[in-house]
Design a protein around this ligand. Structure first.
Ligand code: BGC
Length: 260
């Protein structure tokens, strides 16, 4: 089979996104006009320890399996500044200070790359392909999973590397009492958990006054159980792309040469 590149389909129409998570590394070719995957989404269990070298080898495997030879965007649970990761959540601490572009080039060869925070990637994708009402205005995107990830967007343009999940609210980091992992660990009802999320979102609203919030993560599948319970003045939209968001946003970033 001939290698697929963005040229195969017409320039900039398709790209490849990879979402690196604590449990899985997922990648797919993305149709950038629809936000849909072309072909299957590939998932490989995250190697343990999830060192830069081990993760890069899996990314290379995923890209090669898709026979993709074009640009690659990678979403990481890290603050990314310039070319390097400055933090590492649920991946090995060896990521801190790693030049991710150099790492990718060594493992996947010379091509265009974009590397960005996972919540930033998901936020970009959600405002582009999720509820059309979020395309304009100031939007705070939040993803509830193991931690709380955040992305700030104004008319679809990203203010990168916000780490709102680490804001201290009521004496505790937000993600230590209102992430989806905490709900599971403490076996909280949706009502109790939603009231914790409300506490967090109300504080974000008090400080940032956005037009709207978009709430995502795996738990957005159960949005009807908790989103209506949130007490916040701005509009709240459940994320629509679910677990596609990180991959799609990473692919968009590669096309747009995003370099936070
Ligand atoms: C990390 C963020 C990440 C979020 C979701 C947080 O713990 O600090 O960088 O976006 O988890 O993975």
């Amino acid at each position: 089979m001939t290698a697929l590149t963005s040229e195969t389909f017409g320039s900039d129409a398709y790209s490849f996104g990879v979402d690196v998570g604590g449990s899985g590394i997922k990648g797919a070719v993305v149709d950038l006009s629809t936000g849909e995957f072309v072909g299957e989404r590939m998932k490989v269990t995250t190697p343990q320890p999830a060192t830069p070298q081990a993760v890069a080898a899996v990314i290379a495997e995923v890209v090669q399996r898709a026979e993709w030879a074009g640009p690659v965007g990678v979403a990481l649970p890290s603050v990314i500044k310039g070319r390097s990761a400055l933090t590492a959540a649920n991946i090995d601490q060896e990521w801190i200070g790693t030049n991710v572009y150099e790492l990718l080039r060594t493992n996947l060869g010379d091509r265009d790359y974009a590397v960005l925070n996972d919540a930033d990637a998901a936020g970009l994708a959600e405002v582009a392909f999720g509820d059309p009402q979020t395309r304009q205005g100031s939007v705070v995107f939040l993803t509830f999973g193991t931690g709380i990830g955040s992305a700030l967007l104004v008319d679809g343009t990203l203010f990168p590397n916000t780490e709102l999940g680490h804001m201290v609210i009521g004496g505790r980091e937000a993600e230590h009492f209102a992430s989806s992992a905490v709900r599971e660990r403490e076996d909280l009802s949706y009502k109790v958990w939603a009231s914790r999320v409300s506490t967090v979102i109300k504080e974000y609203e008090r400080l940032l006054n956005p037009t709207a919030f978009v709430v995502g993560g795996g738990i957005s599948r159960k949005a009807d159980k908790w989103v209506p319970l949130l007490e916040v003045n701005a509009d709240v939209f459940p994320a629509r792309l679910r677990n596609r968001a990180g991959i799609v946003g990473a692919a968009m970033a590669a096309r747009d040469h995003v370099n936070p």
